[in-house]
Design a protein around this ligand. Sequence first.
Ligand code: SAH
Length: 401
Amino acid sequence: MVVILLTRHIGCPRVKFNAFLQFPLFIESEFGSEVSHANTTDIPRENLLDLTPQGAEDRLRAFFEGLGQPGYRAKQVVRHLWVVPVSSFDAMTDLPKHLREELGKTFEIPRLTVAARQKSADGTEKFLFRLHDGEAIETVAIPEGKRLTLCISSQAGCALQCAFCATGAMGFARNLDVHEIAGQVREMRLLEPPIDVTNIVFMGMGEPLMNWKSVGSALTILNDPAGLGIGARHITVSTVGVLPGIVALGQRREQFRLAISIHAPSDDLRRDLMPINIKYPLADVIEAAKEFDRRVTFEYVMLGGVNDQDVHALQLAQLARECGAFVNLIPLHPGGARGFHPTPQGDIIRFARELRAQGVEVAVRKSRGIDIAAACGQLRVERMGRRPPRTPQQHGDVQVA
Ligand code: SAH
């Protein structure tokens, strides 16, 4: 991830901490007792955090009725899933002890394990979460004035292999479950002191629209007042342009925002940088952006000598005008981008001016400071090693919306 000061218009992409060695690094063992799964029985329990708040309430109501308990108990428990989260049923002290024990026999509310936590001088924090099967994902918390944007992951690894991205280089492991996506925000509320998240961007590891089933439910949890209660306009889904997913997002009644990673204004160049362009060519992506009923943001990572010439600005302006898109220019973070160089800042400004002259609204994201650096996925790579790239056939389990 680079990092990148979010503009008014979103986005974390890619925050990296070059400061890994200079700032406190907390390691797994320090968190071990607090974050382990509490389940000690062999009977599989139902994961309440994989359900939407309404789904959990319905299930719990039936459960409590079976115990001859009043229905309001269900709401009490649901409140402790997301709104005022607790780390175990035992901590739901507004319920009688015997009910807490009964809950623990049937249900689980699993935590994500903080394997590493690093803080940069400007307050940006990066978390590496270890999942139950040993996979690891990254989450970045970026404070900016009154806002705190959380950059979350939707997959462990990524199948798309964009040429400049560290996550792409590590290959695809699996889709995240609902509770692993929304759980990244839940874990912020469980920290001591808690981190109060105001905005969400799906710009961590993975392609959210290739895991729509889980991302769709996670969006409900993020936005629902009985869930995490974050306004839909403060939640941005970033995609390479997975067309069925864009349609699915557009059909949601909530005003979730859409960002599309364009990165090249012509098919030839985009194919080289983003192999997904073979499946979803630029013209179709632009068409989908036009049909999306809310304003779309284009993300455009500035690759020195590759996509940052005047001709590219003119082509990009044309595309942006076609669908009224706002353009975010992103300085490349070289961490994950072997063989690429960042466009010099002055040239980025010139490129932005060119776009503005063409009638396009544009923002240049700023790096959060020299102490921050680390391509997305780099912390995971440092800790777990690189995964050998997978063949497209091996990506068969990637779920497309
Ligand atoms: N798969 C989704 C979301 C995750 S990536 C997508 O591609 O949009 C989030 C953003 O970070 C994307 O725009 C991606 O292209 C960008 N990104 C990846 N590696 C980067 C790097 N080294 N420097 C700058 N931005 C990068």
